[in-house]
Design a protein around this ligand. Structure first.
Ligand code: 2Q2
Length: 323
């Protein structure tokens, strides 16, 4: 009788086990550099939820904020070796022999949101996405508009002349190094997760980013001024390892595509309300916003960009400017 009872128990356990407790067939690791309040993170979670639902639990997406999966440049390598599957990136792709990738974040190339949408979401955006896939095997699955990048520091900068001697953190992007050098600063490439401490310890004197990251990384705690330079209007890409994508069956590739489209739309809705909120938050925290000589920045930066660009990049820039 006892073995029979046991058999019954085991059988009823199996039949009652809820279906979403079954192990996923695929686990995708999704990393980014922002914290868990940032729109990128909320959008990644939305993606994970959609993927789970649409694949009936066959795919699980695990999201890692705050560079927990590694620094941006390392996660890019991770995508190639399989220690990461999906990430948010952008202009840093320039360092992967992807010259056209820098056009998603070229100083003073994009005029406004409308222009950005036409470029990133139009044929030129497609050309850049194809270039990223063909050139490095990273498959762009979505793009996110970002707020304008602004310079922060504990000293007031109104004109490029005020940048003399300033050690400025930039992401590992050669165009940024070239541009800020031409403007008079001393740019130092550094991973985002190291910026707060470096500012706190004064090994760098400033950094430049959209309001969202200045807020979410707590940079306002160690930076008094935000100069309204608006020197870069950019978009970021969510990229997936092309190899990983190709290894999925067709129906699951469709799940990724559809979920990515939903994530992109969701992130944009968040972005539209967040910029103003982030600005208000920073004002409330005592950050002072400084008007700058925008024309002086623009003239010097545009010249530096043309100096730095090769023919292919200049051609793409000209086509972007004509949109
Ligand atoms: O300052 C940063 O690190 C980000 O805002 C960067 O723009 C971003 O990580 C790029 O390096 C994207 O490739």
């Amino acid at each position: 009788l006892i073995p029979l009872l046991l058999l019954f128990l085991v059988a009823s356990f199996w039949s009652c086990a809820p279906s979403d407790e079954k192990k996923p067939e695929y686990v995708l690791r999704f990393g980014h550099l922002a914290n868990n309040q940032h729109g990128w993170h909320l959008a990644s979670l939305k993606f994970a939820e959609e993927v789970k639902k649409r694949s009936n639990g066959r795919i699980e997406v695990k999201v890692y904020p705050n560079e927990q999966l590694g620094k941006e440049m390392d996660v890019l390598t991770g995508l190639l070796v399989g220690s990461a599957d999906i990430m948010i990136t952008g202009e840093s792709l320039q360092s992967w022999s992807l010259p056209k990738a820098i056009l998603c974040a070229t100083p003073f190339a994009i005029r406004d949101s409308d222009h950005l949408k036409k470029v990133a979401g139009g044929p030129l955006g497609k050309e850049i996405e194809q270039h990223i896939l063909d050139g490095a095997g990273f498959r762009p699955i979505a793009w996110f508009e970002r707020g304008a990048r602004n310079l922060t520091s504990n000293r007031i900068i109104r004109h490029p002349d005020d940048l003399q001697g300033m050690i400025l953190r930039v992401p590992p992007v050669s165009l940024y190094v070239d541009t800020w050098s031409a403007l008079g600063a001393k740019p130092t490439p550094m991973a985002f997760s190291e910026v707060f401490t470096a500012l706190q310890q004064s090994t760098i004197h400033g950094q430049e980013n959209p309001f969202a990251l200045i807020k979410d990384a707590g940079l306002y705690e160690v930076q008094k001024y935000c100069m309204l330079t608006s020197h870069v209007k950019s978009w970021a890409y969510v990229v997936m390892s092309g190899k990983k994508y190709d290894s999925l069956p067709k129906d699951l590739q469709k799940v990724i595509d559809e979920s990515a489209a939903i994530m992109q739309e969701y992130e944009h809705e968040l972005f539209l309300v967040q910029e103003k909120k982030d600005y208000d938050f920073l004002v409330e925290k005592g950050m002072e916003f400084i008007e700058v000589d925008n024309e002086a920045f623009q003239t010097a930066a545009k010249e530096a960009v043309l100096q730095s660009f090769n023919e292919e990049q200049t051609d793409l820039l000209n086509r972007i400017l004509q949109v």
